[in-house]
Design a protein around this ligand. Structure first.
Ligand code: ADP
Length: 580
């Protein structure tokens, strides 16, 4: 299975969180809220009640030392029992089954219990009234019944402060009046602050939840895409390797993993492993140099296609067309990663080789009988005495056709041979062109075609005289052959920089763009040529193209149907620029 690096996925998630502005503080708030929710109703009520209970417990435990005799006050002890009962209720009451928010009765009971406790310890622990802040905080933070909780936050402390004032009536102390005013105001301030803070937290929470949701959706989307991509990668019949900008392998599909098994001894399929893979060049035997291996070429930023390599050895050796395409051509340092594709073309290559072998063998087998036929015809025709004129005519027809057959067989042999030897040297192309035009003169006369040459003398080029003569003969004789209604064939040549250009222009039948693009393919003949029954095998131009390319040159065709064609042959001027 193709794998995507986990680190990158994690990085992208945290980057996404940062992009969305979720900071660690907000994460803590979110985690705290999650923990609170996780506690369930009983746990939540008990947790909210525990600060007050803890303080009451501290008062009770420290009472024998701090306030001796207080625990002998039955009223005080009863109020403590009341507090304990409230705390127990937090655990015992099945809050989850009751109406939501009914637990708010607990802070209300707390206020009442504190009123009683404060009244019972009025002159002993005046500061006990401050404990009122716990139920006030709880009520305010609940976020429910905002107005009610604010009113309770004022009324509760007011009521708790009243007994002290009442006790000193008609002469209340300044401290009684102060605590009557300050405590409710303090609690109001606390309540308001908590309301604002919790509203703010709720807002943040909502934002975080929305971001969480979006993050979840993006992750799900990316997982879906990953699944789809994996399915596609494992379905296609080609091997795929994706390289990162640093040349490391980002992913490899299953097909490629199986190819690697054929190519590797114990090596994996990365750029670093590639030198140890069994990779061979076109001849199937020479190991491919490290810098010519597909992954290395791709990692070096090369884009290529139809690059043939052989993988493995022995009967299991397979041929692959490899191709590489850069992922981000605009990357700063020039290489932004690449995708390398391997397609197994062993069957095609083997079929082509078998076909070429067959053509080559058949052509070869034709050679000996043809030589014998032509030899015997030559002997008979060189001494025609005793042969009647009709028989002589037929023998000459047989000789012409045997010659054609020999030309065809030689073309077939040439096109089937893997190596077409070309040995370029400084050659006067003008001489070759004049020879070629001279030999085509008879054909031109018979076809009513006028031959014109416009070639500077001498015209030096890096050319193999034998092969270039063959190429020129092909193009000139085609120009005459495909001008069935006569016309003009002009052969011109000129040196352009380090290249020599020869143009063979005719006013013949021409080619449509579709045909013009295919005529250099072996055995291809235009529909018009076949329709006009012009003899030919479709091999001449493919051989001509090979000859030109072996010289480091090229051949192109520019044609208009019904108006004529121009074939342009380009050659290097000197051997130094030839790429043979
Ligand atoms: P052949 O001439 O034996 O068929 P070639 O390879 O020389 O084979 O040419 C391939 C095809 O290209 C021809 O069959 C013909 O259709 C087309 N062709 C070649 N030269 C010309 C030309 N000068 N004008 C028109 N068509 C041409």
């Amino acid at each position: 299975m193709p794998r995507f690096p986990t680190k990158q996925a994690t990085d992208s998630v945290s980057e996404l969180s940062e992009d969305m502005g979720i900071n660690s503080e907000q994460m803590m708030v979110r985690d705290a809220r999650r923990f609170y929710r996780h506690l369930g109703p009983r746990g939540q009520v008990a947790l909210s009640q525990s600060p007050l209970t803890l303080f009451i417990a501290i008062v009770v435990v420290s009472a024998p030392w701090a306030w001796p005799g207080l625990l002998e006050n039955a009223f005080f002890v009863a109020t403590i029992a009341f507090h304990a009962a409230i705390f127990l209720a937090c655990f015992l009451v099945p809050w989850e089954r009751l109406r939501p928010n009914l637990w708010l009765v607990i802070p209300l009971l707390d206020l009442f219990a504190l009123f009683l406790t404060r009244t019972a310890s009025l002159n002993v622990i005046p500061g006990l009234a401050l404990l009122v802040m716990f139920p006030v905080i709880w009520l305010s933070a609940s976020g429910l019944h905002a107005r009610t909780s604010i009113v309770i936050s004022i009324v509760g402390p007011l009521v708790i402060s009243l007994p002290a004032l009442v006790q000193h009536l008609p002469n209340p102390t300044p401290s009684d009046i102060t605590s009557l005013l300050v405590l409710p105001l303090m609690m109001l301030a606390i309540s308001l602050a908590i309301h604002f803070a919790s509203a703010n937290i709720r807002l943040h929470q909502k934002r975080i939840e929305q971001k969480d949701k979006r993050l979840g959706e993006l992750l799900a989307e990316s997982r879906d895409r990953e699944r789809l991509l994996n399915a596609i990668l494992d379905t296609v019949d080609v091997g795929i390797v994706a390289l990162g900008p640093d040349g490391t392998t980002l992913l490899t599909n299953t097909k490629q993993e199986s190819f690697n098994k054929a190519a590797a001894t114990q090596a994996g399929g990365s750029v670093a492993d590639e030198p140890r893979q069994l990779l061979f060049s076109q001849d199937r035997h020479s190991p491919l140099p490290a810098e010519k291996r597909p992954l290395r070429r791709a990692a070096n930023g090369e884009n290529f296609a139809n690059y043939l390599v052989w993988m493995g050895q022995g009967p299991g050796q397979r041929a692959f067309f490899t191709a590489s395409r850069g992922m981000d051509p605009e990357a700063d340092d020039g290489f932004g990663g690449a995708v390398v594709v391997y397609s197994d073309v062993t069957d095609v290559i083997e079929a082509l080789t078998a076909k070429e072998e067959l053509v080559s063998n058949v052509s070869h087998e034709f050679g000996s009988p043809l030589t014998s036929i032509l030899g015997n015809l030559d002997l008979v025709l060189s001494n025609p005495e005793g042969i009647g004129p009709a028989a002589l005519d037929r023998l000459e027809v047989a000789q012409r056709n045997a010659e054609r057959l020999r030309a065809l067989v030689s073309d077939l042999l040439l096109s089937a041979s893997a190596v077409l030897n070309v040995r370029p040297r400084q050659t006067d192309l003008a001489g070759l062109i004049h020879n070629s035009v001279g030999s085509a003169q008879a054909q031109a006369d018979a076809a009513n075609v006028q031959l014109v040459t416009d070639v500077p003398v001498p015209l030096w080029a890096s050319a193999d005289p034998l092969r270039m003569a063959q190429a020129l003969d092909n193009v000139v004789s085609n120009a005459i052959k495909y001008s069935p209604n006569g016309g003009v064939v002009t052969v011109s040549a000129a040196t352009k920089g380090d290249r020599v250009q020869v143009q063979v222009k005719d006013t013949g039948m021409g080619l449509n763009p579709d045909d013009a693009a295919k005529i250099f393919t072996r055995f291809y003949r235009s529909g018009a040529a076949r329709k006009a029954a012009i003899p030919g095998a479709g091999l001449g131009l493919s051989i001509t193209k090979t000859i030109l390319e072996r010289h480091g040159g090229s051949i192109t065709c520019d044609s208009t149907p019904g108006k004529g064609s121009t074939f342009t042959l380009t050659l290097p001027v000197s051997t130094a620029t030839a790429e043979t």
